[in-house]
Ligand binder design. Structure first.
Ligand SMILES: [Zn+2]
Length: 131
């Protein structure tokens, strides 16, 4: 197929698409309604994939794929995200240095954000009295 034939076919395709778009504008269903419908289908499929992926360790942190509300101060928002994900310099520095994971001095559990903030019976009173 020479370039003239290809151009003729692509021009024909463009004309057909333009006719289709023009006809769809005359459709009784508004374009915004179609967009919302397609968006809701894609959102539910994405949520379904998020829910059924076996190796999704972030699912326990974020069950819904909708956006988290963001804080107005960027630095605080980034800090909150690192806590949510559980990857802080304190808890993951050992991976970069090739050292063993740090252990809690109170109960000898692995030092992870979840343990520090919620699980450790020795550290929990520290956080309760701060607020
Ligand atoms: Zn502990």
């Amino acid at each position: 197929m020479d370039s003239l034939s290809r151009r003729y076919i692509s021009n024909g395709l463009a004309v057909n698409l333009a006719k289709y778009a023009t006809n769809s504008l005359n459709s009784p269903v508004p374009v915004n309604d179609v967009k919302k419908y397609v968006k809701s289908i894609l959102h539910s499929k994405w949520q379904s994939q998020w829910d059924h992926k076996d190796t999704n360790k972030l699912h326990s942190i974020k069950r819904l794929i909708a956006c988290w509300p963001s804080l107005p101060i960027r630095k605080l928002d980034a800090f909150l995200t690192t806590l949510r994900v559980g990857h802080t310099r304190f808890t993951h520095r050992h991976m970069l240095l090739g050292e063993p994971a740090p252990l809690c001095t109170a109960c000898q559990s692995q030092m992870i954000v979840l343990h520090i903030l919620f699980e450790c019976p020795q550290l929990l009173p520290l956080f309760l009295y701060r607020s």
